[in-house]
Design a protein around this ligand. Structure first.
Ligand code: NDP
Length: 259
């Protein structure tokens, strides 16, 4: 692993403070404007880029920038920090390199560059916040691995990861090929109960991350994920109800039986 040094003791807490402020700003923005990609694509958002390449590039900092910031930490060779890094990379290996390659029905489709740039910037910030915390500011002795926080958190994390992958798979299987742009009512899995099963499990996953690392950086990430996905889930749900007259009325928006 390459070695770099950084002296950010004075400003890391400010970055974390800014991250929590961003959670509020993001929620307020997303509650008013549904990000114009996917089913909510809209004209008038400036230059665009192809969907698959945008996903790969905008999410990629979670792989390379996280390793970069992680490698600057004093505990980068610690057993627990390395396990955290690997778990984070498992999620983002899927999100950056596998998920975009599994997308269907996107030939000729695009995404506003603005959306991709916002996501890219967020991923740099998040990589910095998570990478620096787990390898430098957090204190994780080997005994952390047998603590209730780790055991409960890692269990929730894997439930979230598997559920998110499974739910994404259900959605991606609704289309036949690159030219099939149609939307259908998702069936099976947690979609029996909610319209946005993939978002629900994404939130579960980062809740698990926040519990297992017990860190302000991970809490900010969990809250940010909710700020981003709760309003979008609501837009998706009402979009389904409008588009499909036979959409199951008992389905909730995001959280089984509750919301
Ligand atoms: P969506 O559920 O909107 O779409 C996922 C994929 O499935 C897209 O390719 C979409 O096509 C397709 N799809 C969705 N619904 C249908 C349907 N009814 N019929 C046919 N195809 C469908 O998810 P997002 O694109 O918003 O997010 C993708 C992943 O990224 C999710 O797992 C999500 O949890 C995660 N994510 C995480 C965020 C975070 O803050 N941590 C933020 C945003 C996403 P199309 O694009 O053409 O609509």
């Amino acid at each position: 692993m390459p070695t770099f040094e950084i002296h950010d003791e004075a400003w890391y807490p400010w970055v974390l403070g800014g991250y929590f402020a961003l959670v509020i700003v993001t929620y307020l923005a997303c509650a008013r404007i549904t990000a114009p990609y996917g089913r909510h694509w809209a004209r008038g958002w400036g230059p665009t880029a192809s969907v698959r390449e945008s996903w790969i590039v905008m999410e990629s900092p979670a792989l390379w920038a996280t390793v970069l910031f992680y490698s600057m930490g004093e505990q980068k060779l610690g057993r627990v920090p390395l396990i955290f890094l690997r778990l984070y990379q498992v999620h983002y290996f899927n999100r950056v390199l596998i998920y975009p390659l599994r997308m269907k029905g996107i030939r000729g489709k695009s995404m506003p560059l603005l959306v991709a740039l916002c996501a890219f910037g967020f991923n740099i910030l998040n990589s910095y916040a998570q990478g620096r915390w787990i390898s430098n500011y957090g204190e994780y002795p080997d005994s952390w691995l047998t603590s209730p926080k780790f055991i409960i958190g890692v269990t929730i994390f894997f439930i979230g990861f598997i559920g998110n992958f499974w739910s994404d798979s259900i959605l991606l299987s609704l289309r036949t090929d690159e030219d099939d742009r149609s939307y259908r009512i998702p069936q099976g899995g947690l979609f029996r109960l909610v319209s946005n099963a993939n978002y629900f499990f994404e939130m579960v996953e980062w809740l698990g991350w926040a519990i297992m690392t017990w860190s302000p950086a991970a809490l900010a990430f969990f809250l940010y994920t909710m700020a981003n996905l709760v309003p979008r889930a609501k837009s998706n749900h009402y979009w389904y109800l409008k588009k499909f007259p036979d959409y199951p009325k008992e389905r909730r928006i995001l959280v089984p039986y509750l919301y």
